[in-house]
Design a protein around this ligand. Structure first.
Ligand code: PLP
Length: 446
């Protein structure tokens, strides 16, 4: 639009980098959402990040609501995390042998999450993939159940209905679903059954028919990957009923772990999963994942047990140091989660009011420091499944996103994502954000 063209900061350097990047990297990025395909325009190449701010290659500063997609709960370049990494750096970057920090982080994670044992990986994808192998090894069963629109990383068996709006029955069987990606054989996808999030009856019916074959039911305890979806108490009860059928319940807390409380969504919502997966925050911005649970199950993992899982860089000393510093800082500041929630609630309230004033239909879902405004005409909090979320006006969202970006607000570049507020966000950023929100909403009417 005219307004965007007039006020947009320069993007020459990002454009030049994007051109070079596309020559040597598929789509010019190392993870698809970064390419801005669902909102259009030039993805900003980021030069540096401090506190609540990103600075791009052209020198424009943005208030950051991505937080590297979750890890940066303390804000970017937090002094405690930076110090811990620099300290670790003096002693070498990888040993290929065990070290003290892995023990310390494992002790901290198991204590905070009420698990017995934890195994570190290098990404959330490895954590969920390994947790499923463990569940299959432990139960001797083959099938897994996941929920439509829940994302658990990019392992073959999990790229099924992982954010696609289409429900396709390959063989017409209950819960059968299509792969979300080329390159995932239908035979793999056939081992993954799909149910609708927040549909307790659907899950009960599926388990009644196939429960004896199900090794695990994996779920996002609060969904971030279809936009924010909050589970109903009835759905959480149905999830726990799968344990009666001998299936393991796996809470994928890669996004919500240490985000929704110091004890994760599991602690906040009072869940009793058999296994939990983590990533993001436990690495403090360095590459980490982890999975854990009670000793009886975790002792099936090699070298103790028969389920193989390994990693050259697993337990990497720099990543462990960043994770330890992050979790210790979170634990030392009991009010931090309240401050995050207060900020995000104010942002949510502001959004609701401003959208109503502008006459733009928006339905906001928010919990803790996670928030998604769905551009659709529905009561706030009523979007509960991927099917609900998919009714959103993605064009309106994209235009709104561009309006924010041109005003220095870096929102998540997709309707179907959560934003992440950090402890570095203050009243100054909140006011600036709401001003931009008001103007971007006005653009939609202009
Ligand atoms: N599980 C959830 C809930 C996630 O949000 C993500 C990533 O966004 C993953 C798993 C995969 O983690 P990673 O990107 O570290 O492989």
């Amino acid at each position: 639009t005219g307004i965007t063209a007039q006020t947009s900061p320069p993007t020459e350097r990002s454009e030049a980098l994007f051109t070079r990047a596309r020559t040597v990297t598929p789509g010019g990025v190392n993870s698809p959402v970064r390419a801005f395909k669902s909102v259009g325009g030039t993805p900003r190449f980021i030069r540096e990040a401090h506190g609540a701010y990103l600075t791009d290659a052209d020198g424009t500063r943005f208030i950051d609501y991505i937080g590297s997609w979750g890890p940066m709960i303390l804000g970017h370049d937090h002094p405690a995390v930076r110090e811990a990494i620099s300290d670790a750096l003096q002693y070498g970057t990888s040993f290929g042998a065990p070290g003290e920090r892995e023990v310390e982080l494992a002790e901290l994670v198991t204590r905070l999450t009420h698990t017995d044992k934890v195994r570190f990986t290098s990404s959330g994808t490895e954590a969920t993939m390994s947790a499923l192998r463990l569940a299959r090894g432990f139960t001797g069963r083959k099938l897994i159940v996941k929920f439509r629109g829940n994302y658990h990383g990019h392992a073959d068996g999990l790229l099924v209905e992982a954010g696609s709006g289409l429900m396709t029955n390959l063989d017409g069987g209950l819960g059968a679903a299509a792969p979300s990606s080329a390159g995932v054989p239908e035979e793999y996808a056939a081992l993954t059954l799909v149910s609708e999030y927040n549909d307790p009856q659907g899950l009960d019916t599926l388990m009644a028919e196939r429960g004896a074959e199900v090794a695990a039911v994996i779920f996002e305890p609060v969904v971030g990957n279809a936009g924010v979806l909050i589970p109903t108490p009835e759905f959480l009860e149905a999830l726990h009923r799968v344990q009666n059928a001998g299936a393991l319940l796996i809470a994928d807390e890669v996004m919500t772990g240490f985000r929704l409380s110091l004890n994760g969504a599991t602690g906040r919502l009072g869940l009793r999963p058999d296994l939990i997966c983590w990533g993001k925050i436990i690495g403090g911005g360095l590459p980490v994942g982890a999975y854990g649970g009670r000793a009886e199950v975790m002792d099936f993992v090699s070298p103790q047990g028969p389920v193989y899982q390994a990693g050259t860089l697993s337990g990497n000393p720099l990543a462990m140091a960043a994770g330890l510093a992050t979790l210790r800082t979170l634990e030392a500041d009991p009010d931090l989660y309240t401050r995050l929630e207060t900020y995000t609630t104010r942002l949510s309230d502001g959004l609701k009011t401003l959208a109503a004033e502008a006459g733009v239909p928006v339905s906001v879902n928010q919990i803790g420091s996670m928030l998604t405004p769905f551009f659709q005409d529905a009561p706030h909090g009523s979007v509960r499944s991927y099917t609900d979320a998919a009714r959103s006006d993605t064009r309106a969202f994209a235009a709104w996103f561009q309006g924010l970006l041109s005003r220095g607000i870096y929102w998540a570049p997709s309707q179907f994502e959560s934003i992440f507020v950090s402890a570095a966000h203050t009243g100054v950023e909140l006011d600036a954000t709401l001003q931009a929100v008001r103007a971007a909403l006005a653009d939609l009417n202009g």
